[in-house]
Structure formats: C-alpha cells, structure tokens
Design a protein around this ligand. Sequence first.
Ligand SMILES: [Zn+2]
Length: 295
Amino acid sequence: MVAPPGPPPGLRRRALRLLVICLALVAAWYGLSYKRDWLYFYARQDTVARSLPELGAALGRTGLNLQTLGQVSYGASNLPLWVLRKPALNPAAPTICLMAGIHGNEPAGVEALLALLHDLAARPAAFATHRYVVVPLANPWGWERDLRHNGDNRDTARQFVSGSAQEAMLLKNLFTAERCDLLVDLHEDRFHDGFYLLAYGESNMAGVENTLKTIESATGVSRASRGDHGVLAFQSAEFDGIVLTTAPLWARMHGAGHAFVVETHDALPLAQRVAIHRLAIEGLSRLLTPETSGQ
Ligand SMILES: [Zn+2]
C-alpha cells in the first residue's frame, strides 16, 4: 500500500501558523476579558460611578460610623479600606462580617453592601439580633479602574491562607479582632448562569438550601448548575488542598463558624445581582439562629 500524498509542506506551514495565531488571539481575548467588563458585556455596562470620594460620601450618608481600617499604597496613591460597624442590642450577639469588591470588576457586591448599610442605619430594630462589621470595598485600586486585580497585579481574593497582599493583611487583622461568627464574601461570575455559593465546612446545609430557594422564588433567577445544586461545599478535611484560598476559607480555618462566597452571574442586570446578594446575606445570617434555619 502506498500512503496517499499529504498536503504540500508550504500549505501545512501556513495552516500551522494560522492555528497558532488563532490560539494566541483566543488567549489574548480571554486574558483581557477576564479583567475588563467592557470586552464581554460592553453593551450592558453597569452604571457604577467608580469614584472613591463619591463612594466615601455615600457611605458617610448612611449615618453609620465610617472608619478607615488602613491604607493600601501603590506608587504615589494611598487608598483607604473602609469599615463600618453596627452594634447589636445584646453585646453577646453573633457577629456578621461582610466584604465585597475584592475583585474590582465585580461591583454588585459593593452596591449591595451600600444598600444594606443604609438599611442598618435606617431600621436598626430589624437588624438588632446581630452585630455587623462591613467592608464595602476590599480592593479600591481595582474598583476605581474596573480591574479584577490589585495594584500589584495580584488576585487579592487568593491571598488569604498564604500570600501577603496589602488588602488581605488588613482584612485578616480586622476579622481576627472582630471574631466573626459568619463571613460572607460577595463576588460575581462571568461564566455561570444564575447564582451559586461556595460553602466551607458548613454543617447546616438545610439552612443553606433554604437560602437558595428563597433567592430563587424572590428573584425568579435559578441557581447555577455548579457543585451540588448550586453549592460548592468543601469539607474541613479538604481545606489544606483548596487552591483558591479565599477570605472565607481562611476565616473558617481561624474560628468563624460559617463562611461563604456568594457568586452572581454578571450578565444579569445590576439590580438583580444586588437583590441576590442581599437575600443571600439575609438567608445565611439565619444560620446563626439555628432554631429558625431548618424550617
Ligand atoms: Zn470575584
């Protein structure tokens, strides 16, 4: 048998070159779109004013005590990490720690916490059973520029168990001092529809399921098909092997009883993503009062 003649070498080289160029273009597209909202969802760009003075003024208008936890420094710019607290009626009440915007190109969590802070101040009786410690914007440098990373080009959300990003160091000090019973870290996801949670060593999965159902019925948005019915649940024995070393993972390893990442699909309208984040916080807070969480 004589093998059929293949394409001439020149044609093969051209095809190979074209393949390499296509792969490079796909890689460049992915790399850029990973950082920039406008490449993927240009037509539906969120109308978020990315101005720290404006956000600081809006946080000040909540009427809650706005404090600077510390500064992060990149070149000549020093940017504040803010923290707001709301005490509980009972000094022994559980502490809920909340954070958002550690990926600067994920604005819905920041908006959700701003709205929540307004409610905490306006209706304190409705939130009297828990103490709140809120970091509304964990990566101000990235948020100002609509970029995922911090000013050292680090993915700060992966810098908690190991790593030394400025933002992570400040947050770890804060959460250690505050002794969070629950930490919720608000994110957005480009690739999965709906919403989902990352849960770390959670014992009350019935309460978590109730939260997901409540979000679905209140917003009409279905959970993503990630993990087990919209929850990526990590057991304590798996903690050391987790590559994405988030703040909730670190908090759960250091005494927090409950810790979650909340993810919403960033193709949803901003108001819907904000609503999902608010409902997630509300539902997960009930895990701290077990008598109601399983119903
Ligand atoms: Zn994120």
